[in-house]
Design a protein around this ligand. Structure first.
Ligand code: 5GP
Length: 142
């Protein structure tokens, strides 16, 4: 497997070199909206460790990130009235991975509503901003 490359987009977001619609942050993790969401509220949860994917992630970060994924999933049910949540995670190019910093996709679902194709349509800034705020409010119990 290739070594972690800190020039990937998510590493730049973590360093504050690129903007993101932040939803949640703590000492080990960062969660932000996917800019080409497959559904409203589609969130990416990443570790603050230089992990390419699940194969090289330090176990304590992996364990933490899945707990944050659960928090986000619960908040999505409240913020978007979701009846379900899809969690996806891809490893290496053959496994469907495009950005090589470990990330979990947390996607709110509604009965009978299909997901958009992956990375197909860039969402409008005002929609992403409003959706991030809804999620932050739900996480804060507002
Ligand atoms: P994966 O590596 O799991 O196949 O997918 C990478 C994900 O990153 C895609 O869902 C894509 O929409 C998302 N993505 C690509 N570039 C950016 C970006 O600059 N910012 C954000 N927030 N998401 C991105």
């Amino acid at each position: 497997m290739a070594a972690y490359d800190d020039k990937n987009i998510f590493a730049k977001i973590l360093r504050g070199e690129l903007p993101a619609y932040k939803v949640y942050e703590d000492d080990k993790s960062y969660a932000f909206l996917d800019i080409m969401p497959r559904a409203h509220g589609h969130t990416l949860v990443i570790p603050k460790a230089p992990a390419r994917n699940i194969l090289d992630c330090p176990p304590e970060y992996l364990a933490h990130v899945i707990q944050v994924a659960q928090k986000i999933a619960k908040a999505q049910k409240i913020a978007f009235g979701a009846s379900g949540v899809t969690v996806q995670q891809f490893n290496e190019r053959s496994g469907g991975q495009v950005v090589f910093h470990l990330h979990f996709h947390i996607i709110p679902r509604h009965d009978g509503v299909a997901l958009k194709a992956p990375a197909s349509v860039q969402e409008k800034a005002e929609v992403l901003g409003a959706n991030a705020e809804k999620l932050r409010n739900a996480l804060a119990g507002k």
